[in-house]
Ligand binder design. Structure first.
Ligand code: UDX
Length: 443
């Protein structure tokens, strides 16, 4: 077992540190945020992630997991240092590497023994070579530091599960010895390790996220064509997915991808390609389609309610996907803003993300304590996140609406059931349940 330091306790760093302690390593997580470090020392997770808090408490108690704000303390005795600080998006779409470069300098100033530095943060191709140079140029002691790339593929909401059940662990290194040590560290996870060069490892991360984003934008475009032709995109995706070369995952049409990775990484890869004078046309299309897709939901609403002024609109789900409180690049940011600008009274409900939402969404947004309260008396309900609580709601809850018009951006409900319950229902890429079965809207 190894002594490990993890710099940065954002989503990636914290899950990495906690999982490594769970398999027996001694891990010190370092963050500059004192308040956050204090909370983590008590076993309190700063993010909502199923299973994370319990695993933190357990390993803190076993004295395998520590948190500190002091770099030297974390680096002391560390055989391996993971870099997991943020690489936020710059205005031009490129990744801002200031935090990563600062950590490289801190490492160089503080390490006292030979160390392997493992980069978990998603960084443009070539960055690990730069980290190696920064460290070599600034080393305070005469020790050897090897840099390796070990990109992260965890999904929010199932990160702990994914740590032990991932499809692969990618290790990019110029040093066979370093790669072997990283492989050995990860062995207890029981996940296959793929070893390659540093630049290829860096590229695997971007290419994987860009490919998944492409799958989503592709099926979203197919869904828009299906709507015009009266075909059902769910059946189309199921039929396509049976071909093993295509695969049945990531073919759910909806209001586009959000979150901390896909939007940022697709734009960064376009930049990376541009820097070497390559125009990544396909990926530019993927990004454009994703932006368009969020707007289509409002268009559907406006087709039914052209004037939204004074209309009460329920919004079900705010997080960028279920089982997370993460609001980064969530479709709800765009959709709620448009509704409010159009003069609607917007009442939102999300099982977990409301506290986060309150910090960033428009102040005019109102919040409900449940689906029932949100839809009560509303003129339309928009579904933005496919939470189980929304999917499994008793459909008679929509009887509480002033008129039962449901516009579902996540295909949560069966068309047949909506028809039986006489709910006007529009979803993504599937036939609508029209208002014919009800009296026309008179308001
Ligand atoms: C993603 C990658 O899956 C993960 O490997 C990487 O490390 C980080 O980025 P995450 O952002 O947690 O993980 O979410 P993911 O479950 O991949 O979903 C991303 C977005 O795509 C969500 O907004 C989701 O709603 C959307 N999506 C996903 C679809 O619209 N359709 C799909 O079929 C799948």
């Amino acid at each position: 077992m190894r002594t490990i330091a993890v710099v940065g306790t954002g989503y990636v760093g914290l899950v990495t540190g906690v999982s490594l302690s769970e398999i027996g390593h001694t891990v010190t997580c370092i963050d500059i945020d004192e308040e956050k470090v204090k909370r983590m020392q008590q076993g309190e997770s700063p993010i909502y992630e199923p299973g994370l808090s319990d695993m933190m408490s357990k390993n803190i108690e076993k004295k395998r997991l520590f948190f500190t704000t002091v770099h030297e303390e974390g680096f002391k005795n560390a055989e391996v240092i993971y870099i997991a600080v943020g690489t936020p998006e710059r205005e031009d779409g490129s990744a801002n590497l200031a935090f990563v470069e600062q950590v490289a300098k801190d490492i160089a100033a503080n390490v006292t023994q030979d160390t392997i530095v493992v980069t978990k943060s998603t960084v443009p191709v070539g960055t690990n070579d730069r980290i190696q140079s920064i460290i070599n140029e600034n080393l305070a002691k005469n020790v050897k530091v090897e840099v390796a790339s070990n990109p992260e593929f965890l999904k929010e909401g199932s990160a702990i599960y994914d740590s032990f059940n991932g499809d692969r662990i990618v290790v990019g290194s110029n040093s066979e010895e370093a790669a072997n040590i990283i492989e050995e560290i990860n062995k207890p996870f029981g996940v296959p390790v793929f070893k390659t060069g540093i630049k290829s490892a860096e590229m695997i991360k971007y290419a994987s996220n860009a490919f998944l984003a492409t799958k989503i934008s592709f099926i979203n475009e197919i869904s828009n064509i299906c709507e015009r032709l009266d075909a059902n995109v769910e059946d189309v995706a199921n039929g396509m997915g049976m071909d093993k070369r295509i695969g049945d995952k990531f073919l759910n049409a909806g209001i586009g991808y959000g979150g901390s990775c896909f939007p940022k990484d697709t734009k960064a890869l376009i930049q990376i390609a541009g820097n070497v004078k390559y125009d990544f046309e396909l990926l530019k299309g993927v990004v454009k389609v994703n932006q368009k897709q969020q707007g289509l939901l409002i268009e559907k609403l406006k087709e039914r309610l052209p004037d939204l002024k004074g209309k009460r609109i329920a919004v079900l789900g705010l997080a960028f996907k279920p089982n997370t409180d993460d609001m980064r690049e969530a479709a709800s940011l765009v959709v709620t803003e448009e509704l409010i600008n159009a003069g609607a009274d917007v009442v939102a409900y999300d099982p977990i993300a409301m506290e986060n939402a309150k910090k960033i969404l428009n102040d005019e947004l109102q919040y409900a304590n449940g689906v029932e309260e949100a839809v009560n008396g509303s003129d339309a309900a928009l579904v933005l996140t496919e939470w189980d609580e929304v999917k499994n709601v008793e459909l008679d809850v929509f009887d509480r609406m002033a008129y039962p018009l449901v516009i579902d951006g996540r295909n949560c409900f069966s068309i047949e059931e909506m028809k039986e319950n006489r709910i006007e229902y529009h979803s993504v890429g599937r036939p609508s349940v029209s208002s014919d079965s009800r009296q026309a809207i008179t308001r």
